[in-house]
Write a protein that binds this ligand. Structure first.
Ligand SMILES: O=c1ccn([C@@H]2O[C@H](COP(=O)(O)O)[C@@H](O)[C@H]2O)c(=O)[nH]1
Length: 308
């Protein structure tokens, strides 16, 4: 899957992931009105509304980008109907040729991690038969429990030819509380970066490992260091757009080959129509506003990379 991701990045010329983080406040009123008239103001209604909203965005952007990243929390908040919408979104995106990165941030003791890995990347055995659960292509993994929490994901990735992105230096303001703590004079995120390189060493695609890392665009200096610590790891970079990350902040996340990083934007793309810059589209054309925001993001990244 890492090879496919790289091929699609080259074909689209867009190292971009569109984050599918649907919130009710982003769903246009005309969608909510129609859906609530049918389902009522219920969990089923909310799930149907976010699904219809997602579908509109995916239809508008699928030819421009290699990948999407549905954030599971945005679906989980609506209970079982929300998780049905998550699965529908995963399947629909894959049907459109998009690579799906499930942002699930899981990680636990080994036996529990194995169940998470089976449920999201692999197949579960039921008697003599086996079934895919959510069947994303990549997932995000929380490494806080150490190797035995990560290894089950790596094992399933090997079997299924899929991949993971391990949290190394997250984009949020308080990520430093733990991640920047010095251990023998070195920040924890660097030590986690070294583990990512080690976990990924025998998980190589043609040029990059399918054990990747998450490093926030909001920490460009740390990104520069981590790029060197894990040269073969693909870096998933959240924090562009709504969290303040800009094209110029991203350049050191990429290797000299122009690869090695894929930049996520969620709210900046999916709720573009609510921004002043794209207000002319109006809520009826919310998906066209998302398309315009992807094109602008692609240009911003290309200009930054050309200027480095
Ligand atoms: O360090 C991290 C890890 C994950 N995320 C997730 O990415 C998106 C960002 O959304 P925006 O709207 O583009 O800010 C969201 O799903 C986060 O949970 C992150 O932001 N930082």
């Amino acid at each position: 899957m890492i090879n496919k991701l790289i091929t699609r990045i080259k074909e689209t010329n867009a190292p971009i992931v569109v984050g599918l983080d649907p919130m009710m406040k982003f769903v246009p009123e005309y969608i909510k009105k129609a859906v609530f008239a049918e389902y009522g103001e219920t969990l089923e209604g909310a799930a149907e509304a976010i699904w219809q909203y997602n579908k509109g965005i995916v239809d508008a952007i699928y030819d421009l980008v290699p990948a999407v990243k549905p954030q599971v929390a945005m679906y989980e908040q609506f209970g079982i109907p929300g998780m049905v919408a998550f699965k529908k979104t995963v399947d629909y995106c894959k049907g459109k040729g998009l690579i799906v990165i499930g942002d699930i941030k899981r990680g636990d003791i080994g036996s529990t991690s194995e169940a998470y890995a089976v449920g999201h990347l692999g197949k579960v055995q039921v008697g003599s038969r086996s079934y895919y659960g959510f069947d994303e292509d990549f997932v995000t993994v929380n490494p806080y429990l150490g190797s035995d929490g990560v290894n089950p994901f790596v094992k399933i990735c090997k079997e299924e030819k899929k991949g993971i992105f391990v949290l190394v230096k997250t984009s949020n303001p308080s990520s430093g509380e733990f991640q920047d703590q010095l251990i023998n004079g070195r920040p924890l995120y660097e030590l986690v970066g070294e583990k990512v390189a080690a976990w990924g060493a025998d998980c190589m695609g043609d040029s990059y490992s399918y054990v990747g890392a998450v490093v926030g665009a909001t920490y460009p200096e740390q990104g520069k260091v981590l790029r060197k610590v894990m040269p073969k790891a693909f870096i998933l970079v959240p924090g562009y757009g709504a969290q303040g990350g800009k094209g110029a902040d991203l350049v050191h996340f990429f290797n000299e080959d122009g690869l090695g990083a894929i930049i996520n934007s969620s709210r900046g793309i999916i709720a573009a129509y609510q921004q002043e810059k794209y207000a002319q589209f109006g809520e009826q054309n919310y998906a066209d506003a998302s398309r315009a925001a992807v094109l602008d993001m692609r240009e911003d990244i290309a200009q930054a990379l050309a200027a480095r």
